[in-house]
Design a protein around this ligand. Structure first.
Ligand SMILES: Nc1nc2c(ncn2[C@@H]2O[C@H](COP(=O)(O)OP(=O)(O)OP(=O)(O)O)[C@@H](O)[C@H]2O)c(=O)[nH]1
Ligand SMILES: [Mg+2]
Length: 315
């Protein structure tokens, strides 16, 4: 009989500056789109759980908002969420991108701030260098040397989350650093996010994708209505065919009338585009036809007020 393999399980947090690819990495690790992704910084606003279960162990990853110089209530909330996650995990994955890596790289002030916090936290920490598809290998070595001098990283793992390069190696290394123990979640649990939350996020993703300037930072989405009474396909429907129907109504909140006008667009064209693209993504998520109705509402300065944040689900 083969010797019994040790089972490991624990929590690992993805921490780093905005836009380095933390959410892309969470989605790649779990094989599902649990976190929305965009080329704009400050996309993620909450802690997002993604559980990877294998026979040899289970890792519960926490994606977090990018850590940045927070001005305003929403930004402070986001940075607090990220820093709090550091305290709640067994292992920290500090994600950086090579950026304009040169032969003489420097630690940016933003990354230095994070390193100082990690030093205080004293948790086992990996350095994860993402987006290695954007640079030539030789520039990574001085970068690794530089960071190793700053912090006693348990491992340094270069990856490309987008191209799924090095992600499995990263997972295996993470697993080896998890404590021995039974699974923390049932094996079919992937996340703790409700479907309604994911739906709201998928809609926000399309706003981020289609609208420029300050709109993404002023937008929040709430699902007002989620009717799944016709979700079950009728008996006799061939497997794999979309047949059931889910009716969803959601509100896109912005802070000013001028922003509302931009999201609606000329003759409602922008809102239509956002709705069509969001509906396609939501149908894939829910495995049913989706009827999606969107409204745009103004909640003045919501991102600057604690009550505004609370009203729009950030608490
Ligand atoms: N070239 C390249 N681009 C990547 C890679 N990983 C992520 N990206 C891109 O980087 C951008 C930011 O990705 P996100 O996953 O949203 O980054 P994030 O760290 O979660 O950002 P915040 O939520 O704002 O903190 C997106 O345009 C991604 O497509 C990678 O490995 N290579
Ligand atoms: Mg993110």
């Amino acid at each position: 009989m083969a010797p019994q393999q040790t089972h490991r399980s624990g929590f690992a947090a993805l921490i780093g500056r905005p836009n380095v690819g933390k959410s892309t990495l969470l989605n790649q690790l779990t094989g599902e789109k649990l976190a929305i992704v965009s080329p704009k910084p400050q996309t993620t606003r909450n802690r997002i759980l993604g559980v990877v279960t294998r026979p040899e162990g289970q890792v519960a990853f926490l994606d977090t908002p990018g850590i940045h110089q927070a001005k305003g209530e929403l930004n402070r909330y986001m940075v607090d969420v990220a820093l709090q996650a550091v305290d709640d995990v067994d292992l920290v994955l500090f994600v950086i991108e090579p950026g304009a890596a040169t032969e003489n790289p420097e630690v940016s002030p933003g990354n230095r701030f994070i390193l100082e916090r990690l030093q205080k936290a004293g948790k086992p920490t990996f350095l994860v260098i993402n987006k290695i598809d954007t640079v030539l290998k030789p520039v990574l070595l001085p970068l690794i040397d530089l960071y190793r001098k700053e912090f006693p990283f348990a491992e340094v793992v270069p990856i490309s989350a987008k191209d799924d390069d090095g992600v499995e190696q990263l997972f295996q290394a993470v697993l080896q650093h998890m404590p021995e123990g039974d699974p923390l979640f049932p094996e079919d649990v992937l996340t703790d996010q409700a479907e309604k939350t994911l739906v709201a996020e998928y809609i926000r993703e399309q706003v981020l994708r289609h609208c420029r300037q300050e709109i993404p930072y002023s937008t929040a989405v709430l699902v007002d209505f989620f009717d799944e009474s016709e979700r079950e396909p009728p008996p006799g429907t061939p497997p794999g065919k979309l047949a059931g129907l889910i009716r969803i109504a959601a509100s896109i909140y912005v802070e000013r009338d001028s922003q509302k006008a931009i999201i609606i667009g000329k003759q409602g064209q922008m809102l239509k585009t956002i709705g069509t693209d969001a509906r396609k993504a939501i149908q894939r998520l829910l495995g049913a036809h989706v009827y999606l109705s969107l409204r745009v509402r103004v909640e003045p300065r919501w991102s600057e007020r604690p009550e505004g944040l609370k009203k729009l689900g950030y608490e």
